[in-house]
Design a protein. Structure first.
Length: 290
């Protein structure tokens, strides 16, 4: 993302790990949390637009990109605390948070654990962990095979090592409405990130924290998210849209929810339909004045 005007890269040791983030713009803070199989590079089509009105902060999550990849700490409570530590470091007492995929799980946990620090929450193409567990079926498990696969200790790293391009391209092509959505050059940015030492294990450890995440979500399942919530998803990502009514799913999670399905769009909404995502984000973030 170094080609984006005004974008700066930063690192600091926070919550016990070295965190990397990019930032741009001025104004009320907006944090962008990426998912799997991506890094903060996923937000390159949002940052220039949002930075006209907001201070945009896009970290690499624990285990991903240029952030440390420790052996533990991948439960979503710890990863939400990573975000809180980054906000403390930057002097942001309160922020709007946007999360996609795994980043949405971190953002959702942050909204529950730190309700006074979040003004509004956008979740993109995400089904909450507890909902997934409750609705698990054989057809759903077949679509979500990688959840179980990445949960196996050591084996995924052994099989994928040296084949990162094949591994990542499979997801980018099969999870997109337009299989050619990402160029070879864009895919290569992710491939290089996932070839870093510990990167495959970091992403896998994110999934291996599922039991801890489920226990955390079950413990406060009856407590609704307090801030306004926007849920966006790609209508053509079958793993979610076929098995879940995402309108209803997110209405059980918060008291103030707006839901938007995006047509001709797969899982990587912010990459495939930035026109819709950016317009919806600007509308949703409009009342956030810091």
């Amino acid at each position: 993302m170094r080609e984006l005007a005004g974008l700066s890269h930063h690192t600091a040791r926070l919550n016990g790990i070295r965190q990397h983030w990019t930032s741009a713009g001025q104004g009320p803070p907006v944090y962008l949390l990426h998912g799997f199989p991506e890094t903060s590079y996923a937000w390159r089509k949002q940052i220039p637009v949002l930075a006209r009105s907001y201070t945009v902060v896009a970290p690499d999550l624990r285990g991903y990109g240029d952030t440390d990849k420790p052996a533990d700490g991948y439960d979503k409570r710890t990863m939400a605390d990573d975000l809180a530590a980054l906000m403390d470091h930057l002097g942001h007492e309160r922020a709007a948070v946007v999360g996609h995929d795994r980043g949405a799980r971190v953002a959702t946990r942050f909204a529950k654990d730190h309700p006074r620090r979040i003004d509004r929450l956008c979740v993109m193409d995400n089904v909450p962990t507890l909902t997934l567990a409750r609705e698990l079926s054989l057809p759903l498990a077949q679509f979500g095979w990688f959840f179980t696969f990445l949960g196996v200790p050591d084996l995924p790293e052994a099989l994928i090592n040296g084949r990162e391009e094949v591994w990542l391209t499979h997801f980018f092509r099969s999870w997109s409405y337009d299989p050619a959505m990402l160029s070879p050059e864009e895919i290569d940015v992710y491939v290089r990130a996932y070839r870093q030492p510990g990167a495959l294990r970091g992403a896998a450890m994110d999934y291996r924290a599922a039991a801890e995440d489920l226990a955390q979500d079950a413990a406060d399942a009856d407590r609704l998210i307090e801030c306004p919530v926007l849920s966006l998803w790609g209508e053509d990502f079958e793993q979610n849209s076929r098995f879940f009514d995402l309108h209803e799913v997110w209405r059980t999670m918060a008291s103030d929810v707006r839901t938007v399905g995006i047509p001709q769009c797969g899982h990587l909404c912010q990459e495939e339909r930035p026109d819709v995502v950016n317009a919806e984000l600007l509308k949703f973030l409009g009342p956030w004045t810091g």
